[in-house]
Design a protein around this ligand. Structure first.
Ligand SMILES: Nc1ncnc2c1ncn2[C@@H]1O[C@H](COP(=O)(O)OP(=O)(O)OP(=O)(O)O)[C@@H](O)[C@H]1O
Ligand SMILES: [Mg+2]
Length: 459
């Protein structure tokens, strides 16, 4: 399934030096092929002997906005300062490093490829593919990092994201991918339902008679999660008094039952989720700074659906298949697809799921889902205005480009390329449909893509 990584030399002209690098890589088991921009694989190495704008541009092209992994390595005594290394990272490189011998370089390259391969295999596994739908760059990039941290570390994971973006689903995935805990319990505590008057008994458990109504001793979530995962859902809602009490157990794994003086131990993987901006909560005095750092060993932002519109149709198809399993081949008519793509989803994936549930319950007979299946309140009078695509992120992105000194030509070109890539993806590579969506002729789109390829190849 995996293609060999590519390698590309921007200088040196010295073929012997090139061959030495290739030999060293292959003796470490890294088989590379030369770069073919028309069929690039997901990872590769750019070896450069000098640093100029063309190099940054090449890395930007090859990394596809960080979707593909590019290692940028200086060769033949190329000088590389920190600012240049960061600029390469900004252009999309996954790593940049200097080396002292070809064999050391090959070892380091191999270690990185091995890790990436392991992460990609997890991403392709049925656990991920069947449950977490989405192939957009934003989703893939988030998932890739989460999967790596889940499998290869035991750090506490904090998931931040709008309501309905899939935080709970991802929390469950972290539990399943962690080899140390996956066979054990996943204990979910909804922090919105914690009653302060029970002094955290939901977490710590309590002794008989610890408070009114405590007729018998009980274990709490920490005891239940021992050896497994504790998922603190809506952690931003945790009362301040309890936040202080959680510090010790999150840090050291020791706690006392309510009404007892004996220390208990519990070891668990901690995953927390919130749709609040916790940094703001800290500023407002609603969340403890120290707890934030303890629950956020790794902090991930789960992107809202409007930042990954490419995922809308695949998600819709996935939900349709769950609601109408008999209609295995059922799809959406073009106007429905367009409507789904342009609609706003304030409740993110949950909104989309509910919409598809409503559509499914209306649909009759064979054939695709048609606009007649859309509920009345979904008719275009209620659809978003055409101008609504110029969201704040759009403005921010342009402002950032300008601040980096990127000119109008490059910005327009990037916008056109992004639109082309999205249209091609959403139309499953069908050039005619993509051209129609873009409002250009098939021929114009074909030429644009050919020119692009040539440009890439010529760099
Ligand atoms: N990538 C996805 N693939 C398939 N289903 C998804 C995906 N993301 C979310 N869902 C579904 O959308 C719904 C909402 O997801 P989830 O409960 O994980 O969101 P959440 O971020 O925890 O929301 P909230 O902040 O409101 O608790 C669930 O039914 C979930 O199964
Ligand atoms: Mg949730």
């Amino acid at each position: 399934m995996h293609r060999e990584p590519w390698i590309h030399f921007c200088g040196p002209k010295d073929l012997v030096a090139r061959q030495a690098i290739l030999d060293s890589l292959s003796s470490h088991g890294v088989v590379t092929r030369s770069l073919d921009v028309n069929a690039p694989s997901d990872e590769g190495i750019v070896c450069f002997s000098s640093i100029d704008d063309a190099l940054y541009e090449l890395v930007r092209e090859l990394s596809h906005n960080r979707d593909k992994r590019v290692l940028a390595v200086p060769v033949a005594g190329a000088q590389l300062d920190s600012a240049q290394a960061w600029r390469l990272m900004l252009a999309g490189a996954s790593d940049v490093f200097r080396w002292s011998s070809a064999s050391e370089m090959a070892e380091r390259v191999k270690a990185r490829f091995d890790r990436w391969r392991a992460v990609d295999e997890l991403l392709q596994s049925p656990t991920v593919q069947k449950n977490l739908i989405g192939g957009s760059p934003a989703w893939r990039s988030a998932l890739r990092q989460i999967v790596e941290v889940a499998r290869f570390t035991d750090a506490a994971v904090l998931l931040m994201g709008e309501s309905g973006t899939g935080k709970e689903l991802i929390g469950r995935l972290v539990h399943e991918l962690d080899p140390k805990v996956s066979g054990s319990e996943l204990v979910i505590v909804d922090c919105t339902t914690i009653a302060p008057e029970l002094s955290g008994s939901e977490f710590f458990g309590h002794e008989r008679g610890a408070f009114t109504g405590a007729v018998g001793a009980r274990d709490g979530a920490f005891a239940d999660a021992h050896g497994g995962t504790l998922f603190l859902d809506e952690v931003g809602e945790l009362p301040l008094a309890l936040q202080a009490q959680l510090l010790r157990v999150v840090q050291e794994g020791t706690y006392k039952r309510v009404g007892s003086n004996a220390w208990q131990r519990s070891q668990f993987r901690l995953v927390s989720a919130t749709n609040r901006n916790l940094l703001q909560s800290i500023e407002n005095g609603h969340f403890r700074h120290d707890l934030y750092h303890r629950i956020g060993g790794w902090i991930f932002r789960v992107p809202p659906l409007h930042e990954r519109r490419e995922d809308i149709v695949p998600l819709a198809r996935h939900f349709l298949a769950t609601f109408l399993p008999g209609l295995a081949e059922a799809d959406f008519d073009l106007p429905v697809r367009e409507y789904l793509l342009n609609r706003a989803y304030p409740g993110n994936v949950r909104d989309l799921r509910q919409l598809i549930a409503r559509i499914s319950s209306r649909h009759v007979g064979p054939g695709p889902i048609t606009i007649g299946d859309l509920p009345d309140d979904e008719h275009p009078a209620n659809a978003p205005e055409k101008e609504s695509w110029r969201v704040p992120e759009f403005e921010r992105s342009i402002a950032q480009a300008l601040s980096l000194g990127i000119g109008l030509k490059e910005i327009s070109q990037a916008a056109a390329e992004t639109a082309t890539r999205i249209a091609m993806q959403e139309e499953n590579g069908n050039l005619r449909n993509a051209a129609r969506r873009l409002g250009v002729t098939d021929r114009a789109l074909q030429m644009r893509r050919a020119a692009r390829r040539q440009h890439n190849g010529g760099t």
